[in-house]
Design a protein around this ligand. Structure first.
Ligand code: F0G
Length: 451
């Protein structure tokens, strides 16, 4: 499937972004030339996925599409218990309703914002134990998604076991730049978790990209297939939440899978309340069929080589221009270090958001802020939380753009980079929600905007 894209003028974009409250989530898709907002649900489905759509079984209960998907999940990840949900955050909502209580702590590697949101919404705390190298964009470390085991052990040593419902590993770690977790780290986290009697959960949105990095960077995995690596990764987990919109290569969907019958039994009730009956959970039968095919396709080497190769293609161009990005390049996106890019914009004025707006004004390209807006306010003090890094994320939809589109992105960002010293002020908040504010925030510029 192809679709035309519209190349707008600068004055059109100035008007549109103003009307959008300087929030790129509020733009209409026709107002965007190249859309790198997210790799979530934006992929192109294959011929085999579309064929599977035609044989979807829309029975309310016991649909054959459910069983096809359940068997695929069992084959790839090894879990017996499976619940579909309408997307990843719904899987979090259902499973965390079972597992997370007020006052709990959930250690992990830079929890994704909805994961953190679902933890904090239950008045529990997410503790980030990612290795320190992850916060140094220039340092080359093959597995910047890894957990710092000393830090994790400290958390486990200083809190009662019944306050830690699980440890969560995000594969790959989106918030730190699509950075992978090594098999060795997974194994070591599992060993610690077992020693303390705490379950280990995988936030699995980009599980196949994580496995690809293991196959390329970790000794002993060179000759293994991606599917073999995935199966070993999940042999160390008690369960998983999945956003199928990423490495499921479907436009909507999610699921929970686990080896624990008691988790499953309790989650069923919440699934029925929030999502739908246990054999569809908010998904159409045809979409479950497409997902069963997508999971298989996403965990094939040739696909991953082209997918991750494209991300690296963009990253290499940008760093060639002297633009600082998270290194090594991640699996699904290039993360541009906004503090390095715009050194004159004060942190109170949302540096990464300012950069996203500048890139949009320059060429109609939409990235997303992974910085202070996304970090939300501290739940207690209500002060802004300033994250260790301010990123503009340029996420690549799967199987959608060509490298020529990426050349346009790189050239546009270079133009902004060349005039970076003229950008000295950012934005102030007009309206914001108490949690997950970046989706709906309204902003206004501070000072004159140079063109
Ligand atoms: N976990 C991770 C690591 C994610 O990246 C996302 C979504 C979710 C969970 C939630 O899944 O969107 O299906 O409800 N990430 C998208 C993104 C939104 O743009 O990175 P969802």
């Amino acid at each position: 499937m192809v679709e035309p894209i519209y190349r707008s003028t600068r004055s059109e974009r100035e008007q549109w972004i103003r009307e959008a409250g300087y929030n790129l989530f509020n733009l209409r898709s026709e107002q965007v030339y190249i859309d790198l907002l997210t790799d979530s649900g934006t992929g192109a489905m294959s011929d085999n996925q579309w064929a599977a759509i035609m044989t979807g079984d829309e029975s309310y209960a016991g649909s054959s599409s459910f069983f096809r998907l359940k068997e695929t999940v069992k084959k790839l990840f090894g879990f017996d218990y499976f619940l579909p949900t309408h997307q990843g955050r719904a899987a979090e909502n259902v499973l965390f309703s079972v597992l997370v209580k007020e006052g709990d702590l959930v250690p992990g590697n830079s929890h994704f914002d909805t994961t953190k949101g679902h933890i904090e919404f239950r008045r529990a705390t997410a503790i980030d134990c990612t290795i320190s190298e992850s916060f140094e964009p220039g340092i080359l470390h093959p597995f910047k998604g890894n957990i710092d085991l000393v830090q994790l052990k400290k958390v486990l040593d200083t809190h009662p076991k019944d306050r830690i419902p699980f440890i969560i590993l995000t594969l790959t770690c989106n918030s730190s730049g699509g950075q992978p977790v090594s098999m060795q780290n997974i194994r070591e986290v599992k060993a610690l978790a077992e020693q303390y009697g705490i379950p280990l959960l995988f936030d699995s949105a980009r599980f196949a990209e994580n496995a690809w990095f293991i196959s390329r960077r970790e000794a002993g995995y060179e000759a293994k297939t991606i599917k073999e690596i995935v199966f070993e990764m999940y042999s160390y987990a008690d369960g998983m939440t999945m956003s199928s919109k990423k490495d499921g290569i479907v436009n909507i969907g999610g699921f929970i899978a686990t080896k624990h019958k008691d988790w499953y039994d309790q989650a069923c009730t919440y699934n029925i309340m929030f999502e739908g009956f246990v054999t569809y959970g908010g998904m159409a039968g045809r979409d479950m069929n497409a997902l069963a095919v997508g999971l298989e396709e996403a965990s094939e080497t040739a696909y991953l080589e082209s997918r991750i190769g494209q991300v690296q293609y963009l990253g290499a161009q940008l760093s060639g221009y002297g633009i600082e990005v998270q290194q090594p390049f991640g699996g699904h996106a290039i993360f541009v270090n906004a503090r390095h890019f715009l050194p004159h914009v004060p942190k109170e004025e949302f540096i990464a958001q300012t950069l996203c707006i500048e890139l949009y004004l320059e060429a109609g390209i939409r990235g997303v802020e992974v910085g202070t807006l996304m970090a939300d306010r501290d739940p207690e003090s209500r002060e802004n939380r300033y994250p260790k890094l301010e990123f503009m994320r340029l996420a690549l939809p799967r199987r959608v753009y060509t490298n020529l589109h990426l050349d346009v992105v790189a050239a546009a960002l270079k133009n902004v980079f060349d005039r970076r010293n003229t950008i000295t002020s950012g934005y102030r908040i007009l309206e914001e929600a108490p949690i997950l504010r970046h989706f709906t925030v309204k902003l206004e510029p501070i000072g004159e905007r140079p063109v």
